[in-house]
Write a protein that binds this ligand. Sequence first.
Ligand code: DGL
Length: 290
Amino acid sequence: MRPTPAPTPAIPPSPIGVFDSGIGGLSILRALRAQLPNESFVYLADSGHAPYGERGDAHVIARARALTHWLRDRGIGLLVVACNTATAAAIHLLRAEHPELAIVGVEPALKPALALTRTRRIGVMATRGTLASSKFAALRRSLEDRAEFVCQPCDGLADAIEHCAGSGEDSGVSTKLIALCEEYTGAMGRFGTESGQIDTLVLGCTHYPFAETQLRALVGSQVALVDPGDAVARQAGRLLLGLRGDGDSAAPLPQRPGRVTLCATGEPGLLRAAAAQWLALRPNVEMLHV
Ligand code: DGL
């Protein structure tokens, strides 16, 4: 009679690491949790070193490296760089330096926008850093013969959204946010579905989906707002399947709803308020010195 093999000890699946300069990456975490509800996440908001968009590549690269090291040491197997600015500046370096990690980044959703536009005029709102990057220039160049892209650097907008979390609708921060949205959409030209108008607006910074109400009020109900959260979550799901393998050697799939751990390098109150407001999450926020 063959001896019964000892049960393999259950190895808890490693959490997915997600980072951004602040609360913006919560728009990606929201999509990740919707598609991968049993996964656990460690979300790191680098609010002590934000915003990234106007700081230049050297700062963003140094921060991306430090956060990736910290998350790797926390036991993640998959990293989601939930920040367009950090993806543009650093993802190639992170991939080269961390072959042990599967890494997903975020870039302005120009290709999905092409599938939606009828007027062939597409607006792109993003940080100065993202729009100035060679990665974005190459993406834009590859699609330029199919539509016109009206690109708008939005200095201060991510920061205004960051500080709006948890503050009242009538507060000064909210007034500043509306003024910036007005200034930047105004500078892009006319929105609408008539020929020559912008009918599709790419939200090229992960903070901007949290200003959707304010932007929608300015551009009108017929303009498509494009946010890459769902596509990023699908790509993360594909990479997870690859990491876990299939058949007999497959790592166990998590069976229960996953946990979310929130960490911040700056003011924890903003992340706590934003996570409660937009994801109905109420965990404590760990303060870090990374
Ligand atoms: N949320 C980030 C992005 O997607 C960065 C915003 C900032 O810190 O300037 O680019």
